[in-house]
Design a protein around this ligand. Sequence first.
Ligand SMILES: [Ca+2]
Ligand SMILES: [Ca+2]
Length: 176
Amino acid sequence: MPSLLLFMCVLLSLASFIQAKGTKPPDNFKCHSSDNPKRIDVAVETGSEYFSGTDDAISLLLRDSQGVVCTVADLNNSGNDHETNSIDYYAICCPQDFAKAHDPLSMLLLGHRRGHKGDCDDWFVERIEVRRQGFLLLKYRFHAWTHPSKAMMLGVSQVTSSHSNNGKPSYSLIHL
Ligand SMILES: [Ca+2]
Ligand SMILES: [Ca+2]
């Protein structure tokens, strides 16, 4: 019996290393709105902890180095987003002036609100990357749970007074 238990444990730990597919925007995605014509790409990784995934609505706010803001009410591709051990890729549409300079973003906020099921479905967000035409604007590893009844909002704000040793921007965590 212990060998069967060991086998199950090995199987489960192997499964956690296999990255699920995640969701993607359509290949022909374009930003049509004249208010928000600029495409920004966001990769959202959900962790591999048990029950990391959620069906709740996840919103996003990005603020660039000049103070221009881009928001998305619901990061929601076709298919099941934000599932355990997966990376979802989003194309979002931002104002023309957003991320004009190749500067790191000054802020990223995630909002978590109850989804269509009406119950609280907590989420383990592992990592987020934001890019403009392949150029990395922000990368942050949260490795943290969010829950509509505990943490409505999670994010990072760039600390402008200090820089880490490798020259990359440093961020302070926002947890509301
Ligand atoms: Ca989901
Ligand atoms: Ca979806």
